[in-house]
Design a protein around this ligand. Structure first.
Ligand code: PGA
Length: 239
């Protein structure tokens, strides 16, 4: 079953989020696993019957003595099934390191929450045909200290950073190639079969093209997950 993840970032007021949930109610197709990652503030308003709950962040530490953080066990208690890690906005703007990302993954797996690890090249790397190299580096840095069991539970989101929120997207062949590279790295180096999502400027208009790429196991949707009708329209365009 394909997984479709909505990453709402720090958007929507509480009323808007509640209206979003009401619009989704009973309208999500059941042959797709839908995950919504709302602002952390609204995690506890989660409507369990409609979708799976995802978090956008988790504390890297086990301790409760860390001001401003939310632990994996707190997320678990709210019913969280998935959590994004390594999103480019956190890597670049907040300087999140690979070590921090590794710790977050460990905390999540201890609680049985599936980490969705985001990887992807920037525009310059894309133009210089360095995508494969960058993807391998990002994956190796995080995966080398994980056990085979831990790696087996990861989901990867391939998000070229230049495609996020820009309306730009790599060519179909480039997406296919990158996803195959990620799957091959996991299979050949780490002996696990990994699921790979694509993310970056997905809309109702381009989802059909993406659906023609057999290797894609699902999607990570930012901007278009803020409007329930746009989000549903994307789901309905899927095969
Ligand atoms: P976008 O964002 O769909 O708005 O490009 C994707 C993301 O940031 O995960």
């Amino acid at each position: 079953m394909k997984i479709v993840v909505g990453n709402q970032k720090a958007s929507l007021t509480k009323n808007e989020f509640e209206a979003f949930q009401i619009t989704l109610k009973n309208r999500i197709r059941c042959d797709v696993e839908v995950v919504i990652c709302p602002s952390m503030l609204y995690l506890s308003c989660y409507d369990r019957k409609s979708y799976y709950l995802g978090s956008q962040n988790v504390s890297p530490l086990k301790t409760n003595a860390l001001t401003g953080e939310v632990t994996a066990s707190q997320l678990k208690q709210l019913g969280t099934s998935y959590c994004l890690v390594g999103h480019t906005e956190r890597r670049t703007t907040l300087n999140e390191t690979d070590e921090l990302i590794q710790e977050k993954i460990k905390r999540l797996l201890e609680q049985g929450i599936t980490p969705i690890l985001c990887v992807g090249e920037n525009k310059e790397e894309h133009l210089l045909l360095k995508t494969g190299h960058i993807l391998e580096k990002q994956i190796d840095k995080v995966c080398k200290s994980l056990t085979k069991e831990e790696r087996r539970d990861l989901i990867i989101a391939y998000e070229p950073t230049w495609a996020i929120g820009t309306g730009m997207m790599p060519k179909k062949e480039d997406i296919k190639r990158s996803i195959n590279i990620i799957k091959e790295i996991f299979m050949c180096k780490y002996e696990v079969e990994v699921r790979v999502l694509y993310g970056g400027s997905i809309t109702q208009k381009n989802i059909k093209m993406l659906e023609n790429i057999d290797e894609i196991d699902g999607y990570l949707i930012g901007g278009e997950s803020l409007d329930a009708n746009h989000f549903l329209a994307i789901l309905n365009e899927m095969n």
